[in-house]
Design a protein around this ligand. Structure first.
Ligand code: FMN
Length: 382
């Protein structure tokens, strides 16, 4: 059927075609978030979504990406575009990493293994949280893709050394030491809810001989207070970096001098992050500090950034400001809650497709080219 102006109104849209359902119906990450919100138990949902105190940093993280304008180029042949890059010697199809988030089995019974399978299928690195609800060996067995692990340096340094050795033996390829958690940040929703580790779940990788087995029914801050340490200094990063042959990233930095200190302490990577706004409320949005931090790393370390990335175009923005890779935390939990492994696959597919479309529309063909163009391509408004 052709209309009077000669166009076919049905082109590209068939009202009789079957509509996708479940996670396949999610057009963007916000759709997955809404689906997950309807499926995850409320206190767990509050734990996942919360930021610290007034959640100023949580909100700024997302807004700051959107303030970066893309000065796209016209008439560039983008037919050969690709998202490939190399992270710690492994080629990945897109500069995207799954950030470590605690207790993924609250979002879906398959938890960390489902996320790892989805990451592996996409060829993307997953960073396992040390507060995971699945043994690291089981997560390793779930995927042949790149697998990293996040580490809190514990008050019991021997325990941390043993954990790193165990993880290395299991085939963990890189370690991210969290630097923004000398003490736990305050999430007031969790206080109101009296948040506890749900029945049946265990923070398995942090069980010590002679300590409690399982953590069901206890608050994280209390039960796991020994796993973090307010006395940490760069010396402890040196200790960790020299205790493993795998690359160490320092996660949770927002200052160029800390980036330099991390590299001087033996880190091969720096992870610009404010813990998704869950630690110090009032910390700057990562998009606002990325360029100066990446400048301080200046080719000496791999730069990862996370916080508020909700669109593939944010990956382009971050790479232009100097990131080698971008990580997402909550969007993975949304995928898990919305549909387990299939939901995480959907989240990763959406981000990758958006990134590749954004590259085409911006007139660039690869992450390397985005990095070269840098601030010629992406600039703050005004
Ligand atoms: C529910 C939740 C749990 C988290 N658990 C950890 C953790 O165990 N270790 C860690 O280093 N970061 C943790 N993070 C921070 C993430 O690794 C990441 O920095 C943050 O989620 C990025 O922000 P985004 O959620 O806006 O993508 C957690 C974040 C969330 C939302």
């Amino acid at each position: 059927m052709t209309s009077r102006d000669g166009t076919s109104p049905a082109a590209g849209f068939n009202p009789a075609a079957p509509r996708p359902a479940g996670v396949d119906a999610a057009v963007n990450l916000a759709d997955l978030e809404a689906l997950a919100a309807s499926r995850i138990e409320r206190t767990a949902w509050d734990y996942y979504r919360s930021g610290a105190w007034d959640e100023t940093t949580l909100a700024r993280n997302t807004d700051a990406w959107r303030e970066l304008e893309i000065h796209y180029r016209g008439m560039v042949d983008v037919s050969g575009r690709h998202g490939r890059t190399t992270l710690f010697g492994r080629e990945v199809p897109c500069p995207l990493v799954l950030a470590p988030t605690a207790m993924q089995k609250m979002a879906h019974p398959d938890g960390e293994c489902a996320a790892a399978r989805a990451a592996g299928a996409a060829g993307l690195p997953m960073c396992l949280s040390s507060l995971s609800t699945t043994a690291l060996e089981d997560v390793r067995a779930a995927t042949s893709g790149p697998l990293w692990m996040q580490i809190y340096i514990s008050q019991d340094r021997g325990f941390t050394r043993d954990l790193v050795a165990r993880a290395e033996a299991a085939g963990i390829e890189a370690f991210a030491v969290t630097a923004d958690t000398p003490v736990w940040g305050i999430r007031e929703r969790d206080m109101r809810n009296g948040f506890r580790v749900p029945d049946g779940l265990r923070i398995v990788n942090l069980e010590r001989p002679g300590g409690p087995t399982g953590h069901s029914g206890v608050g994280i801050g209390g039960a796991l207070s020994w796993t973090i340490d307010a006395t940490l200094t760069w010396k402890d990063v040196e200790m960790l970096a020299s205790s493993t042959s795998r690359p160490v990233l320092v996660k949770g930095l927002c200052r160029p001098d800390d980036v330099r200190a991390a590299i001087d302490s033996g880190a091969k990577g720096v992870w610009i992050s404010n813990h998704g706004g869950r630690q110090l409320d009032g910390a700057p949005a990562t998009a606002d500090v990325l360029a100066e931090c990446a400048g301080a790393a200046r080719g000496r370390a791999t730069v990862v950034v996370d916080g508020g990335v909700r669109r593939g175009i944010d990956i382009l923005r971050a790479v232009a400001l100097g990131a080698d890779a971008v990580a997402v935390g909550r969007p993975i939990l949304w995928g898990l809650g919305a549909g387990g492994e299939a939901g995480v696959r959907r989240a990763l597919d959406i981000l990758r497709a958006e990134f590749e479309l954004a590259m085409a529309l911006a007139g660039v063909v690869s992450p390397a080219e985005i990095r070269t163009l840098g601030r010629d391509l992406v600039r703050r408004r005004g």
